[in-house]
Design a protein around this ligand. Structure first.
Ligand SMILES: [Zn+2]
Length: 328
């Protein structure tokens, strides 16, 4: 039996960044590798929160994990914390689910988002089944790459709120993936559900802030070929196939590079049926998840209502949490 090995990511050097933008992306990426926090500013501009590296960057920060505050300047800050929260997948019975959905379904949601973000649009799904929200983020500023997110909010709180990200390129939208997107629908996996990285108290703007941070990580991946900062991967086959040896360990969520942390252990524990087990659980092979073709086509023009939510996702509930690249 051959042990699965990392074979690279499908995305690289998509963006032509100016020297200043590239320096910005690298600064944020290096900060993430050091376990430092980020802050989102107007339009989704992402900067490093802490002026100095944390004393203890090995994930031993105790407490609940996040510290969230809004400065007078409108900067939204979040400190890094230990994973802390549950690793359990999202459960429909989550009492917060209903509240979260109400916040997103609210007619005031677009106005709240427009105070901080551009490109905000809202469409009601036919039959009152939910709403779609669109928003644009600019992780390195308004002159840099534009990421458009489309967020599906089913009215039924047993179905998750999910978002897909697309780079707005000259020749059309390009899906932000497959790294740290959900299986099998390719939606953004910007933070682990139930990790406390984002809760109802943080609100809609903070949700989009997390998407902006995730976009910044993708910019770093595009420029440097590495996913920056802590990340998780629940399945051994996924970890071996989709963790660059120099990236943070996906097995134990720490800052230590996978190659000097748990890679050898994963290789030792690797078994013949891992791939089949993964596909049975997640619905496709590693990195073969994709957004629905109708959604991709609609993103080209974003005119008229988005495709039917139930068609894009016969069961949003079936979306499985696999791995999330966030600094939780
Ligand atoms: Zn490890």
């Amino acid at each position: 039996m051959s042990v699965p090995a990392f074979t690279g990511y499908g995305e690289h050097k998509l963006h032509s960044l100016s020297p200043q933008q590239l320096a910005h992306v690298r600064e944020v990426g290096l900060a993430l590798f050091q376990g430092r926090g980020l802050q989102a500013e107007h339009g989704g501009l992402i900067n490093v929160l802490d002026p100095k590296p944390l004393q203890d960057t090995k994930g031993n920060i105790d407490g609940t994990g996040q510290e969230f505050q809004r400065s007078e300047a409108g900067t939204r800050q979040r400190r890094q914390g230990s994973p802390g929260g549950s690793r359990q997948p999202w459960r429909p019975s989550d009492p917060h689910g209903t509240v979260l959905h109400r916040a997103f379904l609210s007619a005031e949601a677009p106005a709240a988002l427009r105070q901080h973000y551009t490109g905000v649009k809202r469409w009601k799904e036919l039959g009152g089944k939910g709403v779609w929200l669109a928003v644009s983020v600019f992780p390195v500023g308004m002159e840099g790459p534009q990421a458009d997110f489309i967020i599906a909010v089913p009215r039924n709180p047993t179905f998750r709120i999910v978002a897909w990200g697309f780079w707005r390129m000259k020749d059309g939208p390009i899906w932000m993936g497959p790294k740290h997107t959900n299986y099998p629908d390719g939606s953004s996996c910007a933070f682990p559900v139930n990790s406390g990285v984002w809760t109802e108290d943080h609100g809609i703007t903070a949700y989009v802030d997390r998407l902006a941070e995730w976009s910044m990580r993708h910019l770093y991946l595009d420029a440097e070929g590495l996913w920056p900062g802590p990340q998780e991967g629940d399945h051994i086959y996924y970890r071996l196939r989709h963790t660059h040896p120099r990236e943070c360990c996906t097995r134990c969520w720490q800052l230590e590079p996978y190659q000097s942390c748990c890679q050898a252990l994963d290789q030792k524990e690797s078994a013949a049926g891992d791939r089949e087990d993964f596909i049975a659980l997640y619905g496709s092979d590693v990195a073969e998840q994709r957004p629905h073709s109708r959604l991709l086509r609609w993103m080209e023009r974003m005119r008229g209502a988005p495709p039917s939510m139930s068609r894009i996702h016969p069961s949003l509930r079936a979306t499985r949490e696999l791995a999330c690249g966030s600094d939780d």
